[in-house]
Design a protein around this ligand. Structure first.
Ligand code: SAM
Length: 213
């Protein structure tokens, strides 16, 4: 946790419990150690979708489809979500849940390595949610830049990585490379003339980058 536990606990208590399929997915994720967005990040995503009203959303990192379903439910009826996943078993489970949630018209799972898939995509998007392979964000960024429309929003999750990105004292040896890569990524998005970026200490750290031009 990157914030005081009592703050997180207070915020989580303000969040209404999900019911139905989302509650079922939370249980499945907890029992099977599937990393899904934290409740406060899920809330942030929903509010951003309501505000930005994106028509086309790209997600990198589907897992079981939890955030994809949340996004699909928070965008308008014409909105569509493309979501990339390299693990077939995750993608199969996601498809099951997406069908059970009645969102198969809105969500398309694209199976494969994100770097390859991003490379062949040619549609442009109003919103991109990066939530996979933290060590590859630098590699994904040029493609996200190409695919994101001016006025679009790039949302990058886990950018503070358990606080290690913000403090050398916290960096464990085995995570050094990842932490340095993430700092490099944050430097890129924070210093780009094409983006206005804000880093929020929400969940594991979320960067919001608005594409100016
Ligand atoms: N966004 C999901 C949610 O909150 O419901 C959680 C995504 S989980 C943190 C990350 C997922 O990205 C995993 O299912 C993993 O298999 C997938 N992944 C990681 N690196 C990837 C890559 N390079 N290409 C495609 N998928 C990747």
């Amino acid at each position: 946790m990157i914030c005081n536990e009592y703050v997180i606990s207070y915020i989580r208590n303000t969040i209404r419990k999900n019911e139905g399929i989302l509650a079922e997915m939370e249980k499945y994720a907890a029992e099977n150690y599937v990393p899904i967005v934290e409740p406060e990040v899920a809330r942030l995503l929903c509010v951003l979708c309501r505000l930005a009203k994106p028509l086309r959303v790209l997600e990198v990192g589907t897992a079981i489809g939890y955030s994809a379903i949340m996004i699909a439910r928070s965008i308008g009826p014409d909105g569509r979500v493309d979501t990339i996943e390299r693990s077939d078993s995750m993608a199969d489970k996601a498809l099951e849940y997406i069908r059970a949630a009645g969102q198969e018209e809105k969500i398309r799972i694209i199976r494969g390595e994100a770097a390859d898939v991003l490379n062949f995509l040619d549609k442009s998007y109003d919103m991109i949610f990066l939530d996979a392979a933290k060590g590859q964000y630098n590699e994904f960024f040029p493609e996200c830049r190409r695919l994101l429309k001016p006025g679009g929003l790039l949302i990058s999750d886990n950018v503070l990585y358990k606080g290690m990105v913000a403090s050398e004292d916290l960096v464990k040896k085995k995570h050094k490379t990842l932490v340095y890569k993430m700092r490099e990524y944050l430097e890129t998005i924070c210093n780009s003339d094409e983006f206005d970026t804000s880093i929020l200490p929400v969940g594991d750290g979320v960067a919001l980058s608005y594409r100016l031009k």
